[in-house]
Design a protein around this ligand. Structure first.
Ligand SMILES: *Cc1c(COP(=O)(O)O)cnc(C)c1O
Length: 400
């Protein structure tokens, strides 16, 4: 990765508003006029660079945001969508059709898991779920019908790390596309730089960072992005999960502070993970030496942005987990809520919430225990103070 710095790449892009505004103007139109009928025809054919047709296809505001996110991931192009799932499903359906097959990590976002397991089979797309950290198992799952290897850089909710470089080599060997959901690790990891073909984010999380909107993005080659937007057979264009211009403009403004926020999320999570582990609490955090993928993850990240803001804690039972989360909310340490990347700490018990789509026996098999709490650590100014407050809650509940 050497001198690839995603935050510098974003900073180096310059935009002006229509009247010299310091923020680009918001394109508040669903449709666009043409000076000549010929240009309209050419635009439909995809041959009129710089012309806008209809906002489900593209809009200036969406292109600004897409360009910044492509710069962040080091890809040629990007396309934003109304949600993370609105990015994930078109990618899978663009690359895979009837009779074709996906090899996917078994620890992925619950919605993605549900789509592959329950919905995609209706369209003739089958999936084999594997432990993505075992490359031999990944390779063994590949069949002549396989088109995609799918994983998350850092998986939800167990924080397993995918060795993207090795997976990319495997994908190349079998002529497959490696699709990586990088939602948990923006700026820290640039999967395309490690060989991924397509990089996806739910912008809803760290990138927007204010829990006020949904959003998604697909980053990839110009050819792939053009194919997704093709008016005749592009999955993004035809499935229609387009982002609204007002939203892309607001996400763009939040993107400006992402590097500062990621550093603070990582700093705070590293601090709490070290403290609670030293206290004898079972913590999973990729920045801890005890994490099974700590060494490999260290080689994948841009150290400036750290090991990220996600951490899990196992307090033994669901009852204890629920009691602790309720008490922490009462003391205003954070909110009992799903999602992540907010300024405030968010916590939930994934087994009964975000990963409840995964059947119980499979949850047990993958190590998703009852007493597990997933934390998205916030931007707290004084994290030692937060640690003391959390510790007090845990003492009162006899967790420590
Ligand atoms: C939230 C999330 C998604 C889905 O994104 P939405 O914006 O909710 O549609 C996908 N992947 C991961 C890792 C997520 O955390």
């Amino acid at each position: 990765m050497n001198n690839f710095n995603p935050a510098d790449n974003i900073q180096d892009l310059q935009y002006f508003g229509e009247f010299g505004g310091v923020n680009p103007s918001i394109s508040d139109s669903s449709t666009y006029t043409f000076l000549s009928a010929k240009t309209m025809f050419d635009t439909f054919e995809g041959n009129a660079e710089g012309c806008y047709l209809y906002s489900r296809h593209s809009s200036p505001s969406n292109l600004y945001l897409a360009k910044a996110l492509a710069a962040m991931e080091g890809t040629e192009a990007a396309n934003v969508s109304a949600s993370g799932m609105g990015a994930i499903t078109p990618v899978l359906l663009q690359l895979c059709g009837n009779g074709e097959h996906v090899v996917s990590s078994r620890t992925i976002y619950g919605g993605t898991y549900a789509f592959l397991k329950n919905f995609a089979p209706r369209l003739g797309v089958s999936t084999t779920f594997v432990d993505i950290t075992k490359l031999d198992l990944v390779e063994a799952a590949i069949t002549p019908a396989t088109k995609i290897i799918y994983c998350e850089t850092v998986s939800n909710p167990l924080l397993e790390v995918a060795d993207i470089e090795s997976l990319a080599k495997l994908a190349k060997k079998y002529n497959l596309k490696l699709v990586v959901d990088n939602t948990f690790s923006p700026l820290s990891v640039a999967p395309a730089k490690l060989g991924a073909d397509v990089v996806i984010h739910s912008l809803t999380k760290f990138i927007n960072g204010s829990s006020d909107t949904l959003g998604g993005v697909i980053c990839g080659t110009q050819e792939f992005i053009d194919a997704l937007k093709n008016v005749n057979d592009g999955a993004s264009m035809l499935l229609g999960a387009t982002m609204d211009s007002l939203r892309s403009a607001s996400i763009m403004k939040n993107l400006r502070t992402l590097h500062i926020r990621m550093k603070q999320h990582s700093h705070n999570a590293q601090y709490l993970a070290e403290k609670f582990e030293a206290d004898g609490i079972k913590i999973v955090y990729p920045g801890l030496k005890s994490h099974p993928s700590h060494e490999i993850y260290k080689t994948m990240i841009n150290p400036e942005y750290g090991f990220g803001g996600m951490m899990t804690m196992d307090v033994g039972t669901l009852d204890k987990a629920n009691a602790l989360m309720e008490l922490m909310q009462e003391r205003n340490i954070g909110y009992l809520a799903v999602s992540l990347g907010f300024y405030k700490t968010l916590f939930s018990a994934p087994g009964t919430s975000t990963s409840s789509e995964i059947p119980l026996d499979e949850q047990v098999q993958m190590g998703l225990t009852d007493g597990l709490i997933r934390f998205s650590i916030g931007l707290d100014n004084d994290i030692e103070r937060t640690y003391q407050m959390m510790k007090q809650c845990m003492k009162e509940l006899a967790i420590m």
